[in-house]
Design a binder for this molecule. Sequence first.
Ligand code: ACM
Length: 384
Amino acid sequence: RYTLVTGVQTCALPISKSFVKKFIDLLALHKLNRFHWHLTDDQGWRIEIKQYPRLTEVGAWRKQTVSGHWRRNEPNTYDGKPHGGFYTQADIAEIVAYAADRCITVVPEIEMPGHAQAAIAAYPELGNTDVLPPEPLEVSPDWGVNVHVFNANEGTILFLQGVLDEVLALFPSQYIHVGGDECPKREWHESPAAQARMQELGLADEEELQSYFIRRMDDYLVQRGRRLVGWDEILEGGLAPNAIVMSWRGEAGGIAAAQAGHDVIMASNRYTYFDYLQSEDRDAEPLGIGGFISLEKAYSFEPIPPELTPEQGRHIIGGQGQLWTEYIADPRHLEYMAFPRLVALAESVWTPAERKNYADFRGRLSTHLQRLDILDVNYRKPTD
Ligand code: ACM
């Protein structure tokens, strides 16, 4: 069974190479064998792509960042401080090799067709220009789901396949993640160019246009001996034939994909979202996105949903924890969110359900926390 854990670099933090390495060491210590590296988003493009230098010259930097909790359709305040950074290809090669030495494969994620505003700020022709205001978009200073998405023109698909060429050269991982989540269809719905594109391709609706987009990447990756991974929204207009589904909105997408014979990684936001708070008492915790996943809840994660037959269950190839960093202020805070829930995740993905026992885990955890103390990990002290 594969096990993946994601660390996310796109938003609040350009996480230093040395901290990424510390985190990889901690994954290895916990027998986790993938590091899912989310490298692009609305708020920043974090990977050098030599053919397209503006992706980092422009896309890696934002003018400012929303202060406190971002609120849709409400006045927000901003910190006024420029923010940014990216990993050079040499940095990435160094981290991939460092991880490989510890039996960890780095799975890169290049988001498309949503979460694309930083790339569109760099190359405006990638956006739905016929429905955008004339002034170029900026790298987003806001969090949340963004309405500005890539267009599905042939030029944009070829551009992103060009990005993937450089990604494939850097990352030997069989799995290549292309995002696919949270792509609002409003611009495609309103854009005459997108509607004409749908007609030309014989597509019934915008969901099918997203599926077409992802299928083009699926074909491209398969031809190069790789496998596409996407968040569960890639099911919505029809799943690309070879795609692996990463089920984050609960388990339903993963169940449907496994029943259809697709491989699945369970990444449910009911159990494995380590950006969610660790207490119901919000005021007692650092600023966070919200939600509540206790240590016990994280421990109760069972990657293979009981709804699946044993045959279907074999399509569940792993479980993953998520650590989105928009509300994570620094590496100490990141450790606080990850630990000790990551310890619970590690045991939950490697232990058959009938052998799991939370009370026993809690008893053994105190010894483990001493190890984390020695390793200078700022875990949250368990309170249950
Ligand atoms: C996600 O949390 N949008 C995958």
